[in-house]
Design a protein around this ligand. Sequence first.
Ligand code: SOE
Length: 381
Amino acid sequence: MSTKPLHVGLVGYGFMGRTHSNAFAQVNHFFPLDYQPVLKAVCGRDAARTAAFAAQWGYESVESDWRRLVERRDIDLIDIASPNDTHAEIAIAAAQAGKMVLCEKPLGRNAAESVRMAAAVEQAGVPNMVWYNYRRVPAVMLAKQLIDQGRLGQIFHYRAKFLQDWTISRDLPQGGAALWRLDVSVAGSGVTGDLLAHCIDTAMWLNGSIDQVTAMTETFIKERKHNLTGKVEKVGIDDASAFLARFANGSLAIFEATRYARGHKALYTLEINGEHASIFWDLHDLHRLQYFDHRDEGPLRGWRSIHITDGDHPYMQHWWVPGLQIGYEHTFIHQVADFLEGLASGKAPGPSFRDGLATDHVTDAVLKSAQSGRWEPVARA
Ligand code: SOE
């Protein structure tokens, strides 16, 4: 099959820059596609690190100013993997320059930024997507298929949590290269935008929109040294966030995220309980889907642990042989594969910028409710 080159300009060379670059580099090895990403340029503020990243991943050139990258005529797609405070400005400029835009989650630091970003890509008519990668775990995609087939019947409950423990130390500073997630002016929020946003994106994709929320948040460590000023400064992010929600379909939900759950590194779990069947999934065991169906024959009825590695499981025909597993990085490869397939077919896969905005409306309502102590309605995207 002859492929059309798709020239990628990446902004950011951190953890997400690596996951995205790996996805662009690998996707055509495993998926038959009309398009082939070409790693044209990477842009970063630190010249030495940007050059080292370019050499390691095979980017043809480097830029130090994203404006220059966006102006380049040899770039088709701008991929934003830089900290959250840069997303809106870069995405809007890229859309106005007629580029396709991919953006790391959360879309904006708040819904106000995301409203402008969604408007920009839609006005420009450019393909766009937000990197909510957990939708593309094969087990989670299978959950989506089972729900869409109506196997669960009416949904009563949705339950999700995302637990980490990496910020418990009081000595951990905020701000700067690897620690911008602790600086509210850069990140927008703490675990609400960083971790709950994943849970909310998956939840609305699986179970429809959320109407209202009531939340509580806490900042356990109130002051930390700031890496950029050298001074001890107030911490503005939420360290923990939990909320109850009502979905438009009448189901009830409970969500929790924290960076203070000692022993948990990235424990994302979700459970859905329906009239006929329930589903449970756990990121630490990501290749399994737990499924219970009350319609099973009485004595054999029970939770099935389905090993999602067979050729008829989502995405798995493109990988190894049945029984062999894939992992975290593959979710990003799947996302690029779906995006490229969408370019060829004209059917844009989600999550679009408008979907990213819908998630940001929920996280805004969560943070508002934590302040007001009331149930807060969720604006529609
Ligand atoms: C935070 O530690 C983080 O890296 C998030 O920013 C990612 O989105 C999540 O997938 C893993 O945890």
